[in-house]
Design a protein around this ligand. Structure first.
Ligand SMILES: C[S@@+](CC[C@H](N)C(=O)[O-])C[C@H]1O[C@@H](n2cnc3c(N)ncnc32)[C@H](O)[C@@H]1O
Length: 483
């Protein structure tokens, strides 16, 4: 019987093919592979296979490998994995093509040695998952995981040590998680769980079918936590597909407006919002449009109080060395335009800007440009300022090159936080003549009023329901007595 190829290799080969033929952006291709969760690993594999394509295929050929077994692109992907990853992280596969390439392990490894590319700590040993409160509570999830054989392993920080030592010891704790163990994350302890990548949590029904656990990277949580959506807030996600941040924001806000311009990605967004339980539980508007073309006086945008701006970016990550700087510049201009448009929305109080790019031009660069622009804007609706995003987190932006900006922003990547790349900046609107305390008080009052209105509405609804039931009973009784 023919054994299937590991999905990792199938997806990576498709991406490599698209890249080599210059057909489309690796990033957009990857996004459409919505079941392929290990995007970081795929990206790394594709970059290594592309950069070392000739060396990998030529050494296989010289060592006697026949390309009749499999085509060169697939061979390059599997060979890159064999050459540059730790053996313990290679997918266990009985596929004959993989087995054949594995026979040349020694040759491939010596190639990696010569190229000085080592299987560093780059490959995640951990798998993040995020609790979906729209589907399950924290305690029920704990019980379910227990039933599935997963045991919580608590992290205890060594007493009296420095923050750096605590983090080191935490990484150690995660590295030593067994396949059946999990831990709540140290930075987002109420939402993010960490599993060992040796386990099979991602194959369980609570992930695949019920969406009670969302297999998003931990760094996706950062922009949403910085935005801090609350009951009473309507959150706008200007560039929403596939919807990861929209789904997370919907956990705690009252209304959601998600906008996406791309046709296929719009469908994926709508599907993900539905499957994750957002549609139906929250006031939810999904807009298929270029956000730049929507009028700021559009009724759908009027109630918005907080916004996420997570536009297309170069998605440079850590491994892509083929970035075209003119493309980065174009993207930075687009990001700036979207941000400026959002900041003009009159009802907005907080805006979080995020990218998955490691290019400072698209990150601190865009923020600096937008702040300078905001400084020159009329103040009738208040002044936008940069606020320190999640001040307790250590992963700060580039303060050396962007003084006054970098430290207020967050920057996650594998080396610092063991996560995917994520940049986060938080803008808040300071109303004219008001102190921050006054603004907070005003927001609290607004929320109270909204809650009061909501309670009144609920009471009215309850009353109507009761009187309807009473009427039904009466007419039932009448019918019976006629019989
Ligand atoms: C980085 S992705 C967003 C990821 C999303 N926030 C999440 O967490 O799942 C950027 C998305 O923005 C969309 N986009 C880019 N420019 C846009 C615009 N002007 N209006 C609406 N959507 C846009 C792209 O099609 C793409 O789907």
């Amino acid at each position: 019987m023919r054994r299937p190829l590991p999905r990792l290799y199938v997806v990576a080969t498709k991406v490599l093919e698209a890249r080599l033929e210059g057909k489309e952006q690796q990033q957009s291709f990857l996004f459409r592979q919505d079941k392929a969760r290990d995007l970081r690993r795929i990206k790394r594999l594709v970059c290594l296979a592309q950069e070392n394509f000739d060396q990998l295929t030529e050494s296989l050929e010289r060592a006697g490998f026949s390309f009749e077994v499999c085509d060169k692109k697939l061979a390059a992907i599997v060979a890159a994995d064999v050459a540059f990853s730790s053996p313990e992280y290679l997918p266990k596969s009985s596929n004959h093509k993989v087995k054949e390439i594995l026979r040349y392990q020694e040759t491939l490894r010596s190639l990696a040695h010569a190229a000085k590319i080592y299987p560093a700590a780059q490959i995640p040993r951990i798998r993040y998952a995020i609790l979906n409160r729209l589907k399950i509570s924290q305690s029920t999830l704990g019980k379910m995981l227990n039933k599935l054989g997963f045991i919580e392993k608590k992290f205890e920080a060594p007493p009296g040590t420095t923050p750096d030592a605590v983090i080191e010891s935490y990484w150690n704790h995660l590295d030593n998680l067994r396949a059946s163990e999990y831990s709540w994350d140290i930075h987002f302890p109420d939402d993010v769980l960490v599993f060992s990548s040796k386990g099979d949590i991602h194959m369980k029904k609570l992930v695949l079918e019920w969406k009670q656990l969302l297999m998003f990277n931990k760094s996706v949580m950062a922009p949403v936590q910085a935005l801090d959506p609350k009951n009473g807030d309507t959150v706008l996600d200007t560039c929403a597909a596939p919807g990861n941040k929209s789904v997370l924001a919907a956990q705690s806000c009252s209304g959601l407006v998600s906008c996406e311009r791309n046709n296929k990605r719009f469908k994926l967004l709508a599907e993900n919002l539905e499957l994750s339980g957002v549609t139906g539980k929250r006031r939810c508007e999904v807009i298929h449009s270029d956000f730049l073309k929507i009028d700021n006086s559009d009724p759908r945008l009027i109630k918005v109080t907080k916004a996420l701006v997570d536009p297309s970016c170069s998605g440079g990550g850590d491994f892509d060395h083929t970035l075209d700087q003119s493309r980065v510049e174009k993207l930075a201009n687009l990001q700036t335009m979207i941000l400026k448009k959002v900041l003009r929305l009159p009802s907005l109080r907080t805006v979080v800007y995020s990218t998955c790019s490691s290019q400072t031009r698209e990150n601190e660069g865009v923020v600096t440009e937008v702040l300078e622009w905001a400084d020159g804007q009329p103040e009738e609706n208040g002044q936008w300022v940069l606020e320190k995003a999640l001040p307790n987190l250590p992963f700060r932006g580039d303060e050396d090159f962007f003084p006054g900006v970098g430290d207020k922003c967050l920057f996650f990547n594998h080396e610092r936080s063991r996560t995917s790349v994520q940049f986060v900046a938080k803008f808040v609107r300071k109303l004219r003549g008001e102190t921050r305390m006054e603004i907070k008080k005003k927001c609290r009052l607004e929320t109270k009023k909204k809650l009061k209105r909501l309670k009144q509405k609920r009471r009215k609804h309850q009353k109507e329901k009761l009187s309807k039931e009473a009427n039904n009973k009466r007419s039932d009784h009448g019918r019976r007595s006629i019989k």
